[in-house]
Design a binder for this molecule. Structure first.
Ligand code: SF4
Ligand code: SF4
Length: 456
């Protein structure tokens, strides 16, 4: 479809990426977008087939593609920096769209149209529970290939609600439209073109881009669609017109399952303090008493359950208290203040991903591609676990914690100006505990290094 020049914007805003030719080429040009998607599609298919044909651990390509590129770079690094660009380059939506064109035309069943299925089923249970409890399971190239094949098929048949757009709120990239142009618009072609039935001309008013995959179909039919660089976490500082419980639950559940559990299981369990940690004591006790085999890691499972209990207790207790102080309902408090927790998981997670780039991801990627494409090159790790300079990345949990508190301070204003300081102090319990936990991990890593290192 051609861009309709009726909505031609002569003077684009300075922050508008589409007004900068080179960035417009990268983010909007149809051919570039198709190139990204075909490249990722090729990699996805090749890595899956390669994993099925080479199921043993000698195959380093399949696991490198999925665990050293897709997961860390597209899911953790790009979300808080460039927004939901993973969905932009992901072949799933692209494939789904073209397959649907050829006649499948499946509508999502009502019972499946529940974002909690995606969050709890395919994220927490299918991935994180497995990672902590059966740590060697997803390291197998065959299991990795089957795991991604399963999700590719599922996402081609149905649109599965993603947590990506929820975490993309921390990024400075924001899609919206030139309002003046939209006021006189008789036919919202942007909304009609959207495969997900969204209306980008309402994103600004609602302060929500929820479910937007940045596919740019809307931008291709109307020039009044813009993509801007704003402040980091722009919408988190604003009143959100129609807040969604699922967004807040994504922040809370994933901060428990990913961030807190990682600090417990991959942070403190890597120090000499490990044997004093409650999840290690309880996990080992259960493992021994119940005669559970070694390939099941009960300490990982117990760490996840303890982290979940702690985070759910902290947020429930603090928001109940805020509801009492302000006389508002618990739901209103949750939907107003809960957005402040957005940076905790995604920004805090940068410390792990950046550290692992130097320890594992870099050489896995180079050696994996060399293996799959016969390049004949070999790379060594850029750093080894325990190198002191890697501790610099431990700054991110503190950035995340203080940033969360900064957003929280701003959002307490939306609850009411009375007793604002008390509301802020009580509702900050979760980020404060998060900062203290990160400090404890830092002390553990610096002053109580383990003799025997825990393997990721
Ligand atoms: S409502 Fe949509 S189609 Fe109409 S001018 Fe605005 S962006 Fe363009
Ligand atoms: S609003 Fe719809 S068409 Fe526009 S980028 Fe988002 S998902 Fe694509």
């Amino acid at each position: 479809m051609q861009t309709q020049r009726v909505h031609f914007i002569a003077q684009r805003s300075k922050r508008d990426i589409f007004g900068i030719p080179v960035l417009s080429l990268f983010f909007k040009n149809k051919y570039m977008l198709t190139l990204y998607r075909l490249t990722t599609l090729f990699l996805l298919v090749y890595a899956i087939i390669y994993g099925i044909l080479n199921p043993t651990k000698e195959n380093i390509f399949t696991t490198a593609v999925f665990w050293s590129i897709f997961w860390p770079f597209f899911m953790v690094i790009t979300l808080p920096t460039l927004g939901n660009v993973f969905c932009m380059v992901c072949p799933h939506g692209f494939l789904g769209k073209h397959i649907t064109k050829f006649g499948l035309k499946l509508r999502i069943p009502k019972w499946f149209d529940n974002p909690y299925i995606g969050l709890i089923g395919s994220n927490i249970l299918a991935y994180w529970f497995v990672i902590y409890t059966f740590p060697s399971f997803l390291k197998s190239p065959l299991i990795t290939a089957i795991f991604f094949l399963f999700f590719t098929i599922l996402s081609m048949l149905f649109f599965i609600g993603s947590v990506n757009t929820t975490f993309a709120r921390t990024s400075p990239v924001w899609l919206s439209t030139y309002e003046e142009e939209c006021k006189s618009c008789k036919k919202p072609d942007c909304a009609l073109a959207c495969p997900y039935e969204l209306n980008p001309s309402k994103f600004e008013e609602r302060k929500s881009m929820m479910n937007c995959t940045m596919c740019m179909e809307c931008a291709h039919v109307c020039d009044a669609v813009k993509l801007e660089f704003r402040r980091f976490g722009y919408s988190l500082y604003e009143r959100i017109k129609n807040p969604k419980m699922i967004e807040v639950m994504v922040y809370i559940l994933l901060v428990a399952v990913i961030t807190f559990t990682m600090r417990f299981h991959h942070g403190l369990s890597r120090t000499a303090l490990s044997e004093y940690m409650p999840w290690v004591i309880v996990g080992n006790y259960l493992q021994k008493t119940l005669g559970i085999p070694k390939w099941v890691d009960m300490t990982g499972l117990v760490a996840m359950l303890m982290a979940l209990s702690l985070v759910l207790f902290l947020f429930r207790a603090s928001f109940t208290l805020v509801a009492k102080i302000t006389g508002k309902s618990f739901r209103e408090v949750l939907l107003t203040l809960g957005y402040a927790f957005a940076p905790l998981m995604i920004v805090g997670g940068l410390s792990h991903v950046l550290e692992f780039f130097f320890i594992e991801y870099y050489h896995n990627i180079v050696n994996g591609f060399s293996q799959a494409f016969g390049l004949g090159i070999h790379a060594e790790p850029l750093a080894k676990r325990g190198d002191h300079w890697l501790h610099i990345f431990m700054i991110f949990p503190f950035v995340a914690g203080f940033w969360s508190m900064h957003i929280l301070w701003r959002r307490t204003e939306f609850i009411g100006k009375d007793r604002r300081l008390s509301v802020f102090l009580v509702s900050s319990i979760l980020p404060v505990v998060y900062i203290l936990l990160s400090l404890f991990v830092l002390v553990g890593v610096l002053f109580f290094p383990a003799q025997h290192l825990h393997r990721h």
